[in-house]
Design a protein around this ligand. Structure first.
Ligand code: IPE
Ligand code: MG
Length: 225
């Protein structure tokens, strides 16, 4: 049985779900947040060590301001309300992505959320926020060149936001869309990918468990036979 240490998720389909079911994309985002909490609970139960959630991409800035501010409001409220619960559950929070584009308030909130949970040893949740994989790789290469560090796979890996985190075993993308959208391009080299037809707000613990069970019995060769 394959061990599952790290699951990455592209939580896609909130907008379409919201429009169809509630007449507003934003209500889809709100519904999606409840699913995140369910998946966090199940990840703890399944003893998964790392959960990386694609929360906001470098390309999502192209959306209307109203939707962007709704998303960041959701995030702020989540962090303000849930940090004690995350701590109680021994969860460590990390941000993947540059914080520079955010308001000072949000930057502070993200930093304190990371700081307050940094000694927790349970599930590590990586929130990919203002995250783009090509930018991440380019920045890593620039650091290696500027600091005259030899360009090797290991050295580059150590300059990524995911430093110290093993590559994802599983990538799940909901929303009936089969693409990577500039997410963890380096880290997903040997990841098993599961595309789900369901929109994220309809995704359940049961769907999550089914994927994990399927993964556990896969034969993984890593290029060998
Ligand atoms: C994913 O859902 C959430 C974010 C990118 C913030 P979408 O908002 O992309 O939903 P669709 O794809 O438009 O339905
Ligand atoms: Mg989408």
């Amino acid at each position: 049985m394959n061990p599952v240490k790290h699951i990455a998720i592209v939580m896609d389909g909130n907008g379409r779900w919201g429009l169809k079911k509630k007449g507003s994309r934003n209500l889809g985002h709100r519904a999606g947040l409840n699913v995140i909490e369910e998946i966090i609970e199940e990840s703890i139960k399944q003893k998964i060590k790392y959960l990386t959630l694609f929360t906001f991409s470098t390309e999502n800035w192209k959306r209307p301001n109203k939707e962007i501010s709704f998303l960041f409001n959701l995030l702020e409220n989540f962090l303000l309300n849930k940090i004690p619960k995350l701590n109680k559950n021994n969860i460590k929070l990390k941000i993947f992505g540059s914080k520079k584009k955010f308001t000072k308030n949000l930057q502070e909130l993200l930093k304190t959320s990371e700081y307050k949970t940094k000694n927790n040893k349970g599930l590590q949740i990586n929130l990919a926020l203002n995250y783009g994989s090509k930018e991440e790789i380019l920045e890593a290469i620039k650091i290696l060149i500027n600091q005259k560090i030899k360009i090797t796979e290991k050295n580059l890996t150590n300059q990524l936001y995911s430093k110290g985190v093993p590559d994802p075993d599983i990538l799940i993308r909901t929303g009936n869309t089969n693409r990577l959208s500039n997410f963890l391009l380096w880290q997903l080299a040997y990841t098993e990918i599961f595309f789900e037809k369901k929109m994220w707000p309809d995704f359940t613990k049961k769907d999550f468990k089914k994927i994990i069970d399927k993964f556990k019995i896969l034969k993984r060769n890593f290029g060998a036979i």
